[in-house]
Design a protein around this ligand. Structure first.
Ligand SMILES: NC(=O)c1ccc[n+]([C@@H]2O[C@H](COP(=O)([O-])OP(=O)(O)OC[C@H]3O[C@@H](n4cnc5c(N)ncnc54)[C@H](O)[C@@H]3O)[C@@H](O)[C@H]2O)c1
Length: 366
């Protein structure tokens, strides 16, 4: 009797609880429907963190990794699965499928889209001026990339000055050849490095090479207030003076219309004979043809390159230049940096949904 009574009470409670759960699920799905929608144009690795960040903030839509540019545009249109999205997350990976966020693509985006959260410090993939015209904000991930990219520049510089990469290639080919370690290789300590673009990465690189120590000169768009006193500033009028002293030119400017081939033949020839160039910025900021010519005629004694003009189909002549240290754009390729960059890009998108603005809005749109 007691058991029956208790069973029927439990059944009543259960049925009430089911009703409560069902109605809160309905309410939740109602809320979920009303949440703003954002789209991930590239897969995210830190899915748990992403889910937690956007929980109750936005409906996050992942697009099929096979989606190409036409399909992406089609889905954004009224009636498409991405209709009404207000913000996008993207990284360089989607270049091969969706392509650049150039003027054409920006003009096809629906007016609902008001934010593009780019994962990476260099945002040359996104036409920010076209975004500005359409009232779309763009964020990047400064800071998160500094350590990994500066370390890459450091490796390229050391390897080029000491001839380590060439020696390793020779060793792996079965040659125990120590003759490279003669006049063409140099100590790092006491040499002079010129940094072009003293931003986040340039400054971190300066801190690292200061440890040798090296003498550090720099040219940036303007004198950097945060630069330590051991970073010697050279303005545009005195650029030649800086170049003439440098054993190493390390390039850290963003790729823009203004910086395309900023290191051209004239700049290269103003470097002292035997200097090396390190480029971890973008291939397009250094004139590759002029660099190859200067390596061949001995004006440059080496280069260290993480970036190239036509990645990944780089100029095949690079393979045969022994004093070129080459990496396949590995600047930020560490688990730690990728995590920092991804979460920072997602945070910018989430903050845009919550407050109308991501913290790392790019300088052109501030
Ligand atoms: N190899 C890689 O994997 C990798 C990784 C991250 C970033 N990058 C590249 O490195 C670049 C620099 O990144 P960052 O985070 O240091 O950027 P940043 O914006 O912090 O610094 C760039 C610096 O360049 C200066 N600058 C801009 N235009 C200039 C000009 N015309 N002349 C002189 N100085 C100029 C700016 O004033 C700024 O000080 C990125 O734009 C990106 O292209 C490459």
């Amino acid at each position: 009797m007691f058991l029956n009574q208790s069973l029927s009470n439990s059944m009543r409670n259960l049925s009430q609880r089911v009703k409560v759960v069902a109605s809160s699920a309905a309410a939740y799905s109602q809320t979920a429907k009303m949440l703003p929608r954002v789209v991930l144009c590239d897969p995210v690795e830190y899915q748990y963190e992403c889910k937690a960040m956007f929980d109750g903030v936005a409906e996050v839509i992942k697009i099929d990794p096979s989606t190409d540019r036409r399909e992406f545009i089609r889905r954004l249109q009224p009636g498409g699965t991405l209709e009404g999205v207000i913000g996008l997350f993207e990284r360089n990976q989607s270049i091969g499928r969706i392509g650049r966020f150039d003027e054409d693509l920006i003009s096809e985006l629906p007016s609902s889209i008001k934010w593009i959260a780019h994962m990476g410090a260099g945002y040359d993939k996104v036409d920010v001026l076209a975004c500005k015209e359409r009232g779309i904000g763009v964020s990047n991930t400064p800071g998160a990339v500094d350590d990994a990219t500066a370390t890459t520049a450091l490796y390229l510089m050391i390897s080029a000055l000491r001839g380590f990469s060439a020696a390793e290639r020779s060793l792996r080919a079965g040659n125990w050849n120590r003759s490279h370690s003669s006049e063409s290789t140099h100590d790092i300590t006491g040499r002079i490095v010129a940094i072009l673009g003293l931003g986040g990465i340039g400054l971190r690189f300066a801190e690292l090479v200061h440890a040798f120590p090296m003498r550090i000169l720099y040219h940036s768009r303007r004198k950097v207030a945060a630069a330590p006193e051991w970073c010697e500033h050279y303005d545009k009028e005195h650029l030649d003076e800086m170049l003439a002293q440098a054993d190493v030119l390390s390039v850290h400017v963003p790729y823009t219309k203004e910086t395309r081939n900023i290191v051209d033949e004239t700049v290269i020839r103003k470097l002292k004979k035997g200097a090396i160039i390190v480029n971890t910025a973008r291939g397009q900021v250094v004139d590759e043809e002029a660099m190859i010519k200067a390596l061949r005629d001995g004006h440059l004694s080496g280069v260290g390159l993480d970036v190239f003009c036509n990645e990944p189909n780089i100029d095949r002549r690079w393979y045969d230049i022994p004093n070129a240290v080459l990496l396949p754009h590995l600047g930020t390729a560490t688990a730690d940096s990728r995590k920092k960059m991804e979460l920072q890009a997602l945070r910018n998108l989430c903050d845009f949904v919550l407050t109308g603005k991501g913290a790392d809005i790019v300088p052109e749109l501030r």
